[in-house]
Design a protein around this ligand. Sequence first.
Ligand code: G16
Length: 543
Amino acid sequence: MPFITYSTHPFKDQKPGTSGLRKRVEVFRQGHYLHNFVQAVFDTQTELIGGTLVLGGDGRFFNREAIQIILKMAAANGLARVLVGQNGLLSTPAASCVIRKYAAAGGLILSASHNPGGPDGDFGIKFNMANGGPANEQLTDAIFARTLEIADFRSTEGDDIPLDTVGSYQLGDMSVEVIDPVSDYAELMAGIFDFEAIRGLLAGGFRIRFDAMHAITGPYAQRILEQQLGAPAGTVINAEPKEDFGGHHPDPNLVHAAELVAMTKGPEGADFAAASDGDGDRNMILGHDFFVTPSDSLAVLAANARLIPAHAAGIPGVARSMPTSQAVDHVARDLGIECFETPTGWKFFGNLLDAGRIAFCGEESFGTGSDHVREKDGLWAVLAWLNVIARRGQSVADIVTGHWQRYGRNYYSRHDYEGINSKAAGELMKTLRDRLPQLQGGSLDGRDVAYADDFSYTDPIDGSVSERQGIRIGFADGSRIVFRLSGTGTVGATLRVYLESFQPDPAQQQLDPQVALASLIETANRLAEIESRTGRAAPDVIT
Ligand code: G16
């Protein structure tokens, strides 16, 4: 089969964000946009040449086409083997699992996560390393630098690989194995959790619902929850992956999973409900008429880790991203284990997980996971909760309120201002940054400022430094305001304001977080001059 070198010209905007390169579909379909990025990966990740690549995506529009393009480029670039999910599907955590299990040199995951899909939606691609985790900043910087100078790419004009049938194929000297996307992952889950206890819980009439949001987790949840654990057929809703996610926004939060939230209300409401996102790495956990914040979810799972068979001996440490609430810090102190605060982005957990310093980690952005893979994992979180519920014999609400009574409650909320003018957003952040020295040691609306800085992280394992990771203002009473700009949006800028306060008194732990945080919200809005700078009187999404 003849391999051909095609000439191309660089695009200036291929810098990966918080999690890979995400752009509108129309951007990815222009010229050789995708080819350039993939060639930059092959040019810089030389261990792939002669090695194994894992390939799959969340099934969104352009997924199938992109997979065929990448397969041909992989063959022309001298890769030995590609493991690709049937129909081009692999959830992000399943891709991480497959990379690790088959000792692949890396993986390419096609997804724009929770961003909408379809011809007018978003597409994305990210490179994962041999440990199964997202490429670290050094690698993404190298890939980006290469995209700026790229002049040609290699490919071939061979036939497409039939992705709908599991089997082995050949593209020149490269073998292509189309694999069942679910089985390796399902086997991994069965080895972690107490499936017997969960089966017993479900057989006893505990009612659960899982919303796959017409995205990747439908086949995974049906196999594991319905077929292996015995949940009734139909437990998984919106189970069929669709190229446009049924026209919805595959983002598991209270706004976009409103149909699921409604299923937890009233006397017949589900006892437990959960949703996952486009590529299956996020999770939202609900009890009967009860929302568990992702920050609380991490804290509760850490406190109950020993109930999960794979962690029966306890966990060495935990980590959370900086804007995530400090709920898990209280648990770590109590358990006498290490607790790390990292920048936003799952890639920052990789070194700590590889070094065995932490076993659980999580982010406020509906991400929770463990050392079983190197990505956050939506279904892992669901199974972890079911495992804990089955072993404790308590409802979700009882587990969480009991947790608050013991450790205190971290009231928490995130306010998002989406699609705002990028220049205005940049100026807002700059003004805040400039004011930090004045805030130090002073007080704001009656609260004493304990620290005011732009978060900088030194990786404890490799010493790498990541600066300007978000502006944080911490108060002496334990409350915090954090401002940062999202690194995952594709239109304008998204300002995220994270708000947190601590309430140790059980008698005062039952407030609506928006009420409990009202004065802090006012302080944040005033301090950042949000309305005058963005033209927005209220956030677009509150979680
Ligand atoms: C990605 C990253 C997460 C991060 C999230 C939010 O999630 O993997 O680590 O917390 O983005 O990022 P931002 O606040 O910059 O939008 P996903 O699920 O989109 O891959």
